[in-house]
Design a binder for this molecule. Structure first.
Ligand code: ADP
Ligand code: MG
Length: 247
């Protein structure tokens, strides 16, 4: 089995009386999609925030490759190769697709989020941004304002933003949310190809997409991982059916 690109052990996070993350340990290996599923409020986004660095765990460690990144901020982690997209979109509607990807890359690098000055100066981002769009099959939309895109294309742009920095691991929080069957199918296909280059920790409610994409699945309920395995094992796990799949 391949080495972990990203790993966390014994993560705990409490909000007042609520134990949002309880002793979570999991990893992400080269070439795979590891899906994190669970009911609303299970703590999935809270876990992603701790991995990305916007939320500090109360206890536990996070490693990117061999490096302990637990104490590092968001921008440092991004520069070290942690890519992410957000549950809530943060694209700038009037600007072109290409410019959005350049801004996204700058924001991830830790530069301040200013629209005009730094981007127009930073030609070094132009080529990587265009390449990232090509990888998400969106190069033909480079000059289109984001406002004119379909919902699915926006998701592709968001993933492209994360790809510009050549991440070693990618965190995606509900990329299929709000997409119709066609958009989901296209994104599923793109992620299936992408995972060969960059492993993906995927939070997703669309179980068709999860069962098709995931090499491994961890099930989070009330902050704890209650089950872990491949799609077949998770599908037939009675605890998972009770807690989440509900059939
Ligand atoms: P999921 O993404 O699995 O739906 P979340 O990680 O968003 O779940 O939330 C897990 C739990 O933690 C929820 O009960 C939520 O209300 C709570 N929570 C999340 N963020 C905060 C916060 N900043 N302060 C207090 N409670 C929070
Ligand atoms: Mg969430």
């Amino acid at each position: 089995m391949s080495e972990a690109v990203l790993s966390m052990s014994g993560l705990h996070k409490r909000f007042g009386a609520l134990q949002a993350t309880h002793d979570v340990s999991l990893d992400l290996r080269a070439g795979e999609i590891h899906a994190l599923i669970g009911p609303n409020g299970a703590g999935k986004s809270t876990l992603i925030a701790q991995i990305a660095g916007s939320l500090r765990p109360d206890a536990g460690q996070i490693h990117l490759g061999q490096r302990d990144i637990t104490a590092l901020g968001v921008a440092r982690r991004a520069r070290l190769g942690l890519g992410r997209s957000f549950q809530v979109s943060c694209l700038a509607e009037p600007l072109s697709v290409l410019r959005n990807v350049m801004i996204g890359a700058q924001a991830l690098q830790g530069h301040s989020f200013r629209f005009w000055r730094p981007v127009s100066r930073d030609r070094s981002l132009l080529e990587p941004a265009y390449e990232a769009l090509e990888r998400m099959h969106l190069a033909h939309r480079a000059d289109t304002p984001v406002a004119a895109l379909s919902h699915g294309e926006r998701r592709q742009v968001e993933v492209a933003c994360a790809l510009v920095l050549e991440p070693r691991a990618l965190l995606l929080d509900e990329p299929m949310a709000g997409l119709g069957p066609e958009g989901s199918a296209r994104l599923t296909e793109l992620l299936e190809t992408l995972k060969r280059e960059v492993p993906i920790l995927l939070i997703e409610h669309d179980m068709d997409a999860v069962f098709r994409l995931a090499d491994r699945i961890s099930v989070l309920v009330a902050g704890s991982v209650i089950a872990h395995g491949d799609s077949a094992a998770i599908r037939r796990d009675p605890r998972v059916r009770d807690a989440y799949l509900g059939d």
